[in-house]
Design a protein around this ligand. Structure first.
Ligand code: CMC
Length: 426
């Protein structure tokens, strides 16, 4: 077997041999195929079948429903790991030893405070501003406080600013939340772990010490692990594209937050909850499904570009949802609607034919609601752990000798050369 593709261009009768490596052809090899001096270009809106980089971080087999971080199955990490341990794994490629983990946790904890001016920045937003806008602006502003972050070729500067951002994200998310509900900010508590401290910064009231239910801490830990990375998704692609121009991690992750905000991406968890509320009762589910099939909107939390099988993260989350509901004692009618939607959709020809299964966002919103978060916070809760993935991918991108500035081609469909007409002549 020869690892190549034989191509015959019927326009010119010319024949070409394109090498195949790693199951891919190089798009630049198509430039050799020309007709009328025009090289052949591949057209792929949304990068449906284009690999934009090599990556050793996350592996997905969408048909089989497999997700692995650095080779470890997501199910095992969700069961045994913590978010910070998973972060270490994603960034460094190996699980830490006990000593490495303790040092890493300590290091992250020392970077949890925000520059004071960032509080002023958050304060400048209206009370009802979406917290994703606060997150995006604040993260983008960080490089003005940490100028060394622009030295992206310096490994020490890269490392320092990666850990800084991982440390600061929960504090920033908590401050954005407390601003939106008009409550004073709560500072990080050194005696608490990453997720426990996050819950305290979010929910601490007048009590001297906020004590989170350990079941909820674990549920958040699991959610964070599941959301930590997902190879070249829309926001990671945005991060890599911005980084490819030589940008620091803050500017790049700011772009990632913007991409994640979209309802087709991380914003879907918020959209799922709004959809369930709109459906209101289980008996209206068939009518809603009929509307979706009729083209009146999408079933949010269903379908995935890569998974054409049950999203392995959705399976784990469904289980976590039941545990959280047990912990907080909520008999949430929205969960019943979600279960009915899933049941009907999984049997319906429309969804079966298109291989549309529940994705990670289908159940995560219900957990966030049970934890009393307003829907606007849901995507923020996705952004906090995904920062780890963005940073791992940012690091891989900026150190990749094959990386180039992201600059796709286009098929020009507009008018060609014409003369400028003065105002009175139009
Ligand atoms: N409800 C109804 N129909 C759907 C849905 C849905 N959720 N998703 C896809 N389809 C249909 C779509 O209309 C199309 O049908 P047809 O072939 O008749 O035109 C077919 O399925 C293929 O859809 P597509 O839009 O070409 O697929 P895509 O890979 O470009 O889009 C997606 C993937 C996730 C954007 C899409 O499935 C979707 O909009 N889902 C709802 C939003 C959502 O839950 N997003 C979260 C994704 S997972 C987490 C994350 O990325 O953050």
């Amino acid at each position: 077997m020869t690892d190549s593709l034989s191509v015959r261009d019927n326009r010119t009768n010319a024949e070409y041999e394109l090498p195949i490596s790693d199951g891919t052809i190089r798009a630049v090899d198509l430039l050799r195929i020309t007709a009328d001096d025009e090289p052949l270009v591949s057209y792929d809106p949304g990068f449906v079948n284009t690999a934009a980089c090599r990556s050793a971080i996350t592996y997905i087999d969408g048909d089989a429903g497999i997700l692995e971080y650095r080779g470890y199955p997501i199910e095992q990490l969700a069961e045994h790991s913590t978010h910070l341990e998973t972060a270490y794994l994603l960034l460094n490629g190996q699980l830490p030893t006990a000593e490495e983990l303790a040092d890493w946790e300590h290091l992250v904890n020392t970077h949890r405070l925000l520059p004071d001016n960032v509080k002023t920045l958050i304060h400048g937003f209206r009370y009802d501003a979406h917290p994703m806008a606060m997150m995006m602006s604040a993260v983008a502003s960080f490089h003005t406080f940490y100028r060394d972050s622009r030295n992206i070729t310096d490994p020490e500067a890269r490392e320092l600013n990666i850990v800084r951002l991982i440390g600061k994200m929960p504090t920033l998310a908590a401050f954005a939340y407390r601003h939106s509900v008009g409550r004073p900010y709560v500072y990080p508590d050194d005696s608490l772990g990453y997720c426990e401290n996050f819950l305290a910064m979010l929910f601490q009231g007048a009590e001297p010490k906020y004590e989170a239910d350990p079941r909820l801490v674990r549920a958040l830990e699991v959610l964070f692990i599941l959301h930590a990375d997902h190879e070249q998704n829309c926001s990671t692609n945005a991060v890599r594209a911005v980084a490819s121009a030589g940008n620091d991690p803050y500017t790049s992750c700011g772009a990632g937050i913007g991409a994640l905000f979209g309802p087709l991406h991380g914003g879907a968890n918020e959209a799922v909850l709004r959809m369930l509320r709109e459906i209101k009762t289980v008996d209206r589910v068939p009518e809603f499904i009929a509307g979706v099939k009729d083209g009146k909107g999408r079933l949010m939390g269903f379908g995935h570009r890569v998974y054409k099988n049950y999203d392995p993260r959705a399976k784990i989350i469904k289980h976590a949802t039941e545990q959280v509901f047990e912990a907080v004692g909520v008999d949430n009618p929205l969960l019943k609607i979600a279960i009915e939607l899933e049941k009907i959709a999984l049997q319906d020809d429309y969804f079966v034919k298109r291989r549309l299964y529940p994705n990670v966002d289908f159940y995560s919103g219900l957990i966030y609601e049970a934890l009393t978060f307003p829907p606007e916070m849901f995507t923020v809760l996705f952004a906090v752990p995904r920062t780890v993935g963005w940073l791992s991918q940012w690091q891989e991108g900026v150190t990749d000798p094959e990386a180039k500035i992201s600059r796709p081609k286009q098929i020009y469909t507009g008018i060609r050369t014409r003369d400028y007409a003065h105002l009175g002549e139009r």
